[in-house]
Design a protein around this ligand. Sequence first.
Ligand SMILES: *Cc1c(COP(=O)(O)O)cnc(C)c1O
Length: 356
Amino acid sequence: MSRLLSNRAKEITPYVPGEQPKDRTYIKLNTNENPYPPAPAVQRLLSNRTAEDLRLYPDPDATELRQAMADCYDLSVEQVFAGGGSDEVLAYAFMAFFDQGDKVYFPDITYGFYQVYADLFALTVHLLPLAEDFTINLSDYRELDGGIFLANPNAPTGICLSPQDIEKILLANPDQLVVVDEAYIDFSDNNTCIPLIHRYDNLLVIQTFSKSRALAGMRLGFGFGNPALLDGLERMKYSFNPYNLDKVSLDVGVASLSDPDYFSTVTEQIVETRERTKNALEILGFHCLPSQTNFLFTTHPTVDAAQLYEYLQEQSILVRYFPRPRIDQYLRVTIGTKEEMKSLIATVTQFLQERT
Ligand SMILES: *Cc1c(COP(=O)(O)O)cnc(C)c1O
């Protein structure tokens, strides 16, 4: 570590992304990427680009992209914020709505980045433990004295609250920011809670194109909320990185939204493959939490999760293992193509046979 580091930089524990190894070809089921390509309109757009397109600065307001997103949800453009991945939108939310020492609340098991941002901005974190079955105790989320961050569906459990439940949390915390991170909502039977932004000025909904829209390589994320709330995010953006979305990202985002049929076909395919994979794992004795996402969180009564993780990696299948309390006997398995999941099941079967 350099002697020049600030105390903040010295003390922070950065987020650790899932591996992206290049040493050989893996079946990659570890970072919840989409196994299918982005919409064909995205490919057409990229094929038609020239270097000249990059000479000028992009539109810092991202108006065309925000308008396209607003049209999808019957919103006005002022109710949509665009960022470089949902992680960046989250960062602006932590910056805009909290001062050093302020309190934030989130579940003990959730997306790891909330803790990293809370530490980066020196906030006080209160973890609210999930129930034994990894569901959220709604009664914990009443009259809290700080901001609330919820991944819904939650990660890595895959469990989803209904918009009615989210509304209960909003009603019980009218003067606190409630952030609902909907990275996986497109894979869920439950609806987005975006319509609630019309009635609750303390709700910020965040979505991403990294998972359901197969654009993790592009970095596109969105915030939805009351215009006054989003103005807080804009203030941070214009104080930090006004051109946060490059020209290609802006256009790719619009192209992706232009093909809703492709989007729903791919999403339905992943959900169908998820349910088939869940069945196959359960036949092998695994227990899977009820997933509303593009991954399964699974455990086996007699298999050590770390050992299975290692075995799969040796067999060129990458999944995610979190060596953390409560979940260190679980693996998170992204839903790939039908063929990839067949290979997974075959390899897991082989592991079980070799072990006995
Ligand atoms: C993947 C993920 C994100 C980050 O998405 P990006 O848009 O790629 O930054 C945010 N929240 C949750 C819960 C995620 O799983």
